[in-house]
Each structure stands twice: as C-alpha cells, then as structure tokens.
Write a protein that binds this ligand. Structure first.
Ligand code: AMP
Length: 597
C-alpha cells in the first residue's frame, strides 16, 4: 500500500490531504493518480460512489494545472447539481494550499449571472451539470478551447438522465488534444458508445471493486406484505435508536408520502426529491450531514450528490428496478472503515429481485425477522439506560437546584428512584407496543381481508389527485369530526376518491360533521358505502372489492400511530418523539431532538 507522496503529488496537495485526514490512497486513487499524472492517454475507470473517485481524478489534475494561466483547463461534468457542488467543494479542500487557483461549480436552478461572474474571474477547473454547461458555452461565457482534461463523472447516470445531446455538445466544444477521463459505476451500451466515439485507445482501470458490494456492508431482507411495509420500516427504526439512514423510495410521490408519515409519527425524518427547490434541498442535506436529521427519505437521483459518512443503514423501502442502482444505494454505507447494513423490504412478489442483486454483489441476503414489540421495548430500555449512564452532568449549573430536588425525592430509595425515572419514558413505549402484531411474512395473496363489523365504511370524493395521503386523510377526519377518540379503520386512497372506516358508533356524526366540509377549497362529499365481500365481476361499486388489499389498518396494530388516531394527546406525542430519538448520549442527535420540540 502506497502513500500519497509515492503517487507523485506535491507538498501543497499532500498537506491539504493530511488536514482532511486522508492517510493513504484508496485503491482507485492508487491506480488512477499516477496514471493520469504520467500519461496523456484517455482513461476509462470503473468506480462507484464511495470509492474515493473524486480525489482519483481531481488530485492529478491539480498536480498538473497551470496556476499562472486563468484559462479553464479542466471541465468536469456530473449528473446532478448536488454532485457538482460536492466535487467543487472537494477540489477546494484539496487545493487550499495552492495559490492563485480557482474552481467553480455551474449548475441549473441557480443564478446564471453569478456563475458568469465566476467564469470572468477565471477558474482553472469548472465543474458543471450538462445542461448549464451547454447553456454557458452557447452564450459564449464558457470557453473550453484550452481544456486539457475532460472528466465525465458518473457517465452512466448522465446518460440515464437523458444528457446524451449535452455530452455531445460539450465534447465537441473541447479540443482534440484533451485527455478524457470517464468514471462510471456501470458500462452499459450507451457509455461504451461514448467511450468508443470520443476516446482514443483508453486505458481501462478498476480497483477490484467493479460492481461488487463492499465487504463492510451486510445485506438483509425482511419479508412483509405491502400493507405492512411502512410498519416494518418503523420497527426497524425503533429497534435501532441510533439509526442514521437513507430510506430509498422509487418515486417522488412515495418519497413524500413516507417522509410525511414518518414525520407525523414523530420520527426525525425529512424528504429529498426533485420537487424541492434548490434551497430546500440544500437545507435538508445540510441537516442530514450535520446529523440533525436521522432518517432521510430520498429518490435515487436526489441522493446522488449527497456525500455522507457514518450511515448505519440503507433501507430499500422498495428495491430499484435496475440492479446496479442497488449497489449505488448500498455503497453509501460501510464507508471509511465502518460497517453498515443494507436492508430490503420485500413482498413475496418481489423476492425474485434478490437473486440478480446477489449475483452482482457476490453476497447473499440474510433473511431477518421484523422485530416484535417486546424486543423493541427491550432495546429502547437499554438504550435509555446507556444514555443515563453516559450523560455528562453539568455539576456547576445544576448544583443550586439539587438541594430542593433531593428534598422532593426524600423517602424514595435508590431502586425505587431508578424505576421511576426509567418509567417516565418507558411506560409510553410499552403501551405503544402493547398487543403489537407480527408483521413477518407476506400473506396478502392468500387472505381476503374481511371488513370488521365494528366500523362503518365511508366514501369521500378526494383522492391522490388532490394530493391526499393517509396522514392527510386522518387530519381531515380529525379536523371535521372533532372526536379524537373515534377509531379509524381501513383507509384506501384512490385516484380521485377514497374510502375510510370509522368506529360505527360515530356513523351519524361523520355524516353530519362533513356536511359543509372543504378540502383545498373543494366541497367534501362523504357517503356511507359498503365493501363487497367478494370480487364481483359485472357489478360496479365504489369500493371495488379488488382494491381493498391496499388498505391500511390504522388501529389494529399496537404501533405508535395508534396514538394519532385515538388519544391526540399532544404531550404524549411529543414525549414519544423525544424518546424515539434519544440517541444514546450523542449530543449532535440531541440537538436534532430539541429542534422538534
Ligand atoms: P467519493 O467516492 O469521491 O465520493 O468519496 C467518498 C468519501 O471518501 C468522501 O467522503 C471522501 O472525502 C472520502 N475519501 C476519499 N478518498 C479518501 C482517502 N484516501 N482517505 C480517506 N477518505 C477518503
């Protein structure tokens, strides 16, 4: 194993790397750095996120860049603005001891005039997203005539995102003499075509990690029914009080829904997806990086440029369609010498997706059981005890209060005191998990769920088109019914209308209270309906017996969202939030917790 000095890097760069805590090069850096420093040959590198690829192409360019010239000498293209910003930030760090050097990130969704000003000042390296880069070339603001290095980072992803034309345009704007460095985690036909058409006899390198999952990551799956998927996610979060995780969803809508539900259920979570503005995305990512957020629900594309270390879990709420996306996802944990767990929540139907992934990562998934309430309570209890044990006591500030505190607790012996302190938080956890169901196994194909006679089923004329989701519908019900103790049963959100069940004792009140109700300035219509017992072929009815499997049981589980429907007791909810994220004495997590209070 070599050190950075052996690779031909100068003192200014090495001292910056030392400050960053980079002790030795990663395998891809060990191969790519001397190759790029010593040869003008084009390069095709198999490299995934997390392998240290940014430094692998940036450091040799920095080594060779001419700081006496203000011309743009390197253009780095990346698929997303987040990644472009990240790369530019990394280069800034690597070059902090190099005088007269500038790097600039140019990307869409941000003020172009500011970026033009940055270009005027002169930036030897420009990192850009394809669309904005082409825009600046067309406006005559970005001159690539002096470019010596063209880096295509995450080339597969750029092509996946439909940037083929933009790549062609940038490639055409650069001189033939340049050195092209193509970094990609996968090499499908389209990437090979770019390599063939625009590169001359490229040298191929890979650091032995070509599409293979890192050893530091364990892969697990939980077999659940679709309707239990969300509950299973919550239990996984609950059994891991210190969880720091990205939950991957497949669509923006699903990302929003899951994040909203987690937030409503008191988790320290937020969403990252393409519908957010740049400022909102930056804010969410910053919170997550600072560990003020424990769970980030994201789409693959939105999470691309997010560079975080120390993730404990990657959760595939739903597996991606493309196998290689699984490796992108799971590669975000188990970095920098740490271990991590990549979890897939799957139904029976999705089981077939595991094998192709196993072949690619060269590892097998371990089947895990969704933890039961007792296990979770035990884990939370010990986590609480550890927190009590490890807490730093502020002797100076607490001193004045202690005599009164001792006085108030007079007469309670040590054992009694401990029990009482622990119970403040533990009692509530216990009650949330009382009578909790077993969520393991996907029996949804075998069982036709029968409607429970204790509920009345209602039709409501709002649905997904109105941006309705189960959490919002519960809100609508609670707002209009005004009876927080009315138990809510199955919920089905369909395209333009939905169904919900309420304790039958509240039937008339629901009809009465919804009479003049509105949602997003639309009059709400609520009618009693019935759920057909079996699928009926010819008969059309609102419920459509075949739809009822997707319904979500809100109250039959002892899980915590039971409290949303029943008690509505704010204090209890808040305390529940506190408890869930008490995070074993880690102060950064504590700060996140305070934020929610
Ligand atoms: P990348 O694959 O470029 O996204 O890098 C993944 C992570 O590894 C980033 O957080 C880098 O800061 C970090 N990293 C890259 N190279 C090294 C190194 N040689 N030693 C320690 N950390 C590194």
């Amino acid at each position: 194993m070599s050190i950075f000095k052996d690779l031909g890097l100068n003192e200014a760069i090495i001292s910056a790397l030392e400050e960053l805590g980079y002790e030795k090069p990663t395998p891809i850096q060990e191969i790519a750095i001397p190759q790029i420093i010593n040869s003008k040959a084009d390069l095709k590198a198999f490299a995934q996120t997390g392998t240290g690829k940014t430094a692998a192409f940036s450091l040799p360019i920095l080594e060779k860049i001419d700081v006496n010239s203000k011309n743009t000498q390197a253009i780095i293209l990346s698929p997303t603005r987040e990644l472009a910003i990240q790369i530019a930030r990394n280069i800034e760090e690597f070059s902090k001891n190099i005088k007269n050097f500038h790097v600039l990130a140019v990307y869409g969704g941000a003020d172009i005039d500011k970026q033009i000003k940055g270009l005027k000042r002169g930036s030897q390296i420009v990192v850009g997203t394809p669309g904005r880069t082409v825009d600046l070339i067309k406006r005559g603001r970005l001159n690539l005539k002096n470019v010596q290095w063209l880096v295509l980072d995450e080339a597969d992803e750029m092509l996946n995102m439909g940037f083929k034309d933009e790549l062609d345009k940038v490639l055409e704007a650069t001189p033939d003499t340049k050195q092209t460095l193509l970094f990609s985690a996968t090499f499908p036909r389209e990437v090979e075509a770019i390599a063939k058409n625009y590169m001359t006899k490229p040298v191929e390198i890979s650091a032995g990690t070509k599409n293979v999952g890192a050893d530091s990551v364990t892969h697990e799956y939980y077999l659940v029914s679709d309707r239990n998927r969300y509950q299973a996610l919550k239990r996984i979060a609950d059994i891991n009080p210190d969880i720091y995780s990205i939950v991957f969803c497949r669509t923006r809508r699903e990302t929003k829904d899951i994040a909203e539900k987690l937030i409503a259920d008191g988790y320290n979570a937020d969403a990252l997806h393409g519908d957010l503005s740049q400022a909102q995305r930056d804010m969410v990512m910053q919170k997550f990086r600072n560990k003020n957020l424990q769970i980030l629900v994201a789409t693959d594309v939105a999470a691309r440029g997010l560079d975080v270390t120390g993730l404990t879990h990657i959760i595939n709420y739903k597996l991606p369609d493309q196998t290689e996306n699984y490796t992108h996802r799971s590669g975000r944990t188990g970095r920098a010498g740490k271990t991590g767990i990549s979890i897939a929540l799957i139904t029976n139907k999705e089981k077939g997706k595991l094998r192709p992934i196993e072949r690619r990562i060269n590892k097998t998934f371990e089947h895990k059981q969704v933890p039961g309430g007792k296990e979770i309570c035990e884990k939370q209890l010990y986590s609480l005890i550890d927190k009590v044990h490890d807490i730093d006591v502020n002797e100076k500030d607490i001193k004045d209060y202690m005599p009164d505190v001792y006085k108030k607790l007079e007469g309670l012996d040590r054992e009694e005191l401990i029990k009482r302190f622990v119970s403040i938080e533990f009692n509530q956890f216990l009650s949330y998990y009382q009578n909790s169901r077993d969520l393991n196994g996907d029996d949804s194909r075998n069982k036709e769920r029968s409607s429970d006679d204790s509920f009345t089923r209602f039709y409501i004329n709002i649905g997904k088109m109105d941006d309705l989701n189960p959490a919002k519908l519960i809100g609508v019900i609670n707002d209009n019914l005004g009876k927080k103790n009315a138990e809510i049963g199955q919920i089905e959100i369909l395209k333009s209308f939905s169904f919900f069940e309420i304790d039958k004792n509240f039937r008339d009140e629901v009809l009465e209270n919804f009479k003049n109700a509105e949602f997003n300035n639309r009059n709400i219509i609520v009618e009693v309906t019935t759920k057909p017992k079996t699928r009926s072929r010819g008969k059309k009815s609102f419920g459509g017996g075949d739809r009822n499997r997707g319904g979500e049981r809100r109250s039959s589980d002892g899980d915590r969202n039971r409290s949303d429907n029943r008690g509505g007791d704010r204090d209890r909810n808040r305390s529940n939030r506190d408890r869930s994220f008490s995070g074993g004495g880690d102060r950064r997590k504590d700060s996140g917790r305070r934020r929610r209070d």
